[in-house]
Ligand binder design. Sequence first.
Ligand SMILES: [Zn+2]
Length: 240
Amino acid sequence: MKRLLFLTILSLSLTVKAQTVPPLKITHLTGNFYVYTTWRTLDAGPYPANSMYLVAPSGIVMFDTPWDTTQFQPFMDSLEQRYHKKVLFSISTHFHADRTAGIDFLKSKGVRTYSSKMTYDLCKEHHEKQAQYYFTKDTTFTVDGYTIEAYYPGPGHTKDNIVVWMSKDKVLYGACFVKSTDTKDLGYTDDADVKAWPASIKNVMNHCPNPAYVIPGHEGWDNNKSLQHTLFLLKESSKE
Ligand SMILES: [Zn+2]
């Protein structure tokens, strides 16, 4: 009886835990750019991961994939309902699952999936989903007059992290290379190169001048100061 009660409580608490992860959230950024957020439950509770997409006349371009695997289909359904357009391709910005989890799902829907060669290799090494295509150097994709530049600034959050720069709209998709001004520490750094990261941030500042929007991989993006904030956090962490 005790055991049964224990199992009941356990299953109840698991149910409650599963329900605490919010569903997919889509937020308009500027022009035809959107941020989408999915959550996974970590030890401290539900934790959000931001990704982006662009709605161009001939189709949708995704920057990274949803992290929450239960949201792959709802995400595709939501794009179909909102825009009646197909996803053309996706670009994953480093090898972690919050950027790559949905790659196989996208492939199964006929979406071309891209990453850098370094990310492609690290995905294999770490048993993460691998993109179908890779680029070996900085690559600019052009879709209906939008230039989408995949730029490798050097190591930071991971050794393969890239950012995506849309110079016309001054949108910088920093992903996990950039820390939100809402954060007080560097987050998960097991794969990071904190020594090289500051110089890599400065490379982005030079290469992507005056971004109007800077989108970090996690938490809020209500200002364009997250590059400076990441530098500040790196400086603080080097004193410890
Ligand atoms: Zn991340």
